[in-house]
Design a protein around this ligand. Structure first.
Ligand code: MRU
Length: 363
């Protein structure tokens, strides 16, 4: 997608041909900065501190992190230990594990002196595949938006509500939840997005709004608790969110607060869609309650960064000194609350049967 007229992906190989550059998401929307990752430790740090975030992007970053590790030591011992090291950086998004499994498969049967080249080739293909997958998700989601638009008075926007950031900045390009929105907007369908701010890290206010604004999509930031009210008053036509892991029975883990949006959508009859690539499906689990939920630091709840009038960015405390806090980063929306899954292979009910039909080779 474009920023100030220039096309970017979120991650790319640097001019040296082996290190990696990423858009530093901890600086957005206040500063657009590129971070350089020159080692597996840099890649792990970027994932942990959320310089890169979003399920697909952390997978691709880990893949490149492994490439850099193998440059230093392509042995089997190194392969095992670096995969374990990268996998432990964030536990909930299954794309991280998927990407590392793919990397292992790509190199494990090769002689040591062939591994680095094969690893870089697989990582590059993974990035390209993610772009194409998200584009296809966009095309399938666009059909849903077109159907809704056709039932509205001419010129009235289709109102989408989204939570967190499942946009291009969370993937390599396009995004999952946002891809249908960008395509609809580009096709001339009037669109408007309600952007949940997404406390505590404000991925909605800081990232989704930044993305949509950069692409010219009309949007409004709302506090996380506004969604139910907007749905009750007919101001949301559909919800589209991303996900960090979908279990084989169709339960959906996503950013904390997603479950409450799904409950409100069910109560008000608003369609609730989840957009995802196949890399987000965990075929090993058949119950969302078994998903490990990441607990993050309390400072994310107790402090907030913001920009002052002079442009400087400061972090302020927002609670009484000494107040305790808890920070579960994700929740699970049971499959019964999900209207449909929008994947690169089409739209399906969020059930074991729905997923099996789309991916018969995994059923
Ligand atoms: O903690 P984050 O910001 O990495 O959480 C991201 C989300 O919850 C996204 O909705 C999800 O990863 C899908 S990204 C296409």
């Amino acid at each position: 997608m474009k920023i100030d007229g220039k096309h970017y992906r979120t991650i790319w190989l640097a001019a040296d041909g082996w290190s990696v550059e990423v858009i530093d998401q901890t600086k957005l929307p206040h500063k657009f900065e590129i971070a350089s990752l020159k080692s597996v430790e840099d890649a792990a740090h970027a994932i942990k501190t959320m310089q890169v975030r979003g399920a697909p992007l952390i997978g691709v970053t880990a893949a490149y992190g492994l490439c850099m590790a193998l440059r230093d030591d392509p042995s089997d011992i190194s392969l095992d230990s670096e995969i374990a090291f990268l996998a432990e950086q964030r536990p909930t998004a299954v794309n991280l594990r998927w990407a590392l499994d793919e990397m292992r498969t790509a190199v494990q049967n090769l002689p040591y002196d062939k591994r680095v080249e094969a690893a870089y080739a697989r990582a590059a293909r993974m990035a390209d595949e993610d772009v194409e997958t998200c584009r296809l998700i966009g095309e399938h989601g666009l059909k849903i938006i077109k159907e809704i638009a056709a039932k509205k008075p001419p010129g009235e926007p289709v109102n989408v509500l989204t939570h967190c950031n499942a946009g291009w900045i969370a993937c390599v390009d396009w995004g999952t939840a946002t891809a249908p929105v960008y395509m609809a907007h580009d096709a001339g369908i009037p669109m408007h997005v309600w952007v949940d701010e997404t406390r505590p890290r404000n991925q909605g206010a800081a990232l989704t709004a930044f993305e949509l604004g950069s692409h010219g999509v009309p949007h409004t930031i709302v506090v996380d608790n506004a969604g139910g009210h907007l749905m009750q008053h007919g101001r949301v036509d559909l919800v589209i969110v991303g996900t960090d892991r979908v279990t084989a029975n169709g339960d959906v883990a996503n950013k904390i607060g997603t479950y409450l949006k799904a409950l409100a959508a069910k109560d008000t009859g608003v369609p609730f869609y989840v957009a995802l690539p196949h890399t987000t499906i965990d075929w090993t689990l058949d119950d969302g309650m078994k998903i490990e939920i990441e607990e993050r630091g309390k400072d994310e709840v107790l402090k907030m960064p913001g920009r002052l009038k002079d442009g400087s960015v400061v972090v302020v405390e927002i609670a009484a000194p000494g107040s305790p806090a808890a920070n579960p980063a994700f929740d699970v929306t049971p499959s019964r609350l999900v209207t449909g899954l929008i994947t690169e292979r089409g739209v399906a009910p969020s059930t074991r049967e729905g997923l099996s039909k789309l991916y018969p080779e995994r059923a």
